[in-house]
Design a protein around this ligand. Sequence first.
Ligand code: KG4
Ligand code: ZN
Length: 341
Amino acid sequence: MPLLAFETSCDETSVAVVRDGYVLWSAVSSQIKLHAEYGGVVPELAAREHLRNLLPVAEAALAGAGVKPHQLNAVAATRGPGLPNALLVGFKAAQGMAFVLRKPFFGIHHHEAHLYSPWITGNPLAAEFGAFEPNVSLIVSGGHTMLVHVESELKHRVLGSTIDDAAGECFDKVGKLIGLPYPGGPEIDRLARLGNPKAYDFPRPLLRDATDDFSFSGLKTSVRYFLRDHPEIAEDAERIHDLCASVQAAIVEVLVTKTLRAAKRLGVGCVTASGGVTCNRALRASLTAGCREAGLKLRLAEPSLCTDNAAMVGILAERKLMNQSEETSLDAEIMPGWELE
Ligand code: KG4
Ligand code: ZN
């Protein structure tokens, strides 16, 4: 029996239909272009755009899956963390549907959903929980950077997270300093391909510290001072390539080193990664090489599932339904500051 899932925690309006571990349809409407002219996500605009897009996106998901509302078995939505007014749109719509259909409702933790997105793969997309094994999971996006020990299905422990900026935020802020369009991450990734990652030496914050926490604001500040002291670089296309490659190398080295170190320390045989920054080519290549060398299995979320999507929310909710996890009350509230336990 199919389950309908909503995700509106930030700037993607997404609705998915899942059944028996398969993603029957995942519809995503991205607001990136809307926010680009402001250089970042504007919360009020995001919420209004979700309101405008939610029903057409839900119609598209149901039509694509060939499922009628009365055939749904359960409804789920991201409950937090996220932008309050953005979360409200998907969460309240989902509760309304569950109420009308008299079906179970699941309010899902956004980061917990990310933990399972690397297990959704193939064509058609399906969750490979049969192959599940304990892992260290890197969640790395514009809003979060964290390492989580996933001990077993639905059981996890946060090892560390960023104490200031997220890695994606660092990419985006450095992009802004260089004068690149928003979001800077994909632009830096593109320009870095033609650059020398060893051209400039930027700090690798907390790399040598035993902690699993991250910090990226100092790296961004060092790029600001670097550009202040070398303004000519911003005018030189070739050196911009080198600058992008060098900043990217610093971010990637920190992410990969800390992830592999945690995996070795905990004795897990598997590493997973998800979140928008997991689209980054250098990060994918470096995690692939590092895991091969360390004898670890690696599961990278499919690029279409790296960024926020309702498919991961639906897959996790269905798992909770099957495990008879507690349902979420229909008068439960959103939790914008919900921390992963
Ligand atoms: O997961 P996501 O769509 O949204 C949240 O922040 O939750 O991630 C967006 C972030 C942005 O900071 C964007 O610059 C970054 O992911 N990003 C990338 C790449 N693609 C997206 N960063 C580096 N390289 C990329 N290829
Ligand atoms: Zn996310």
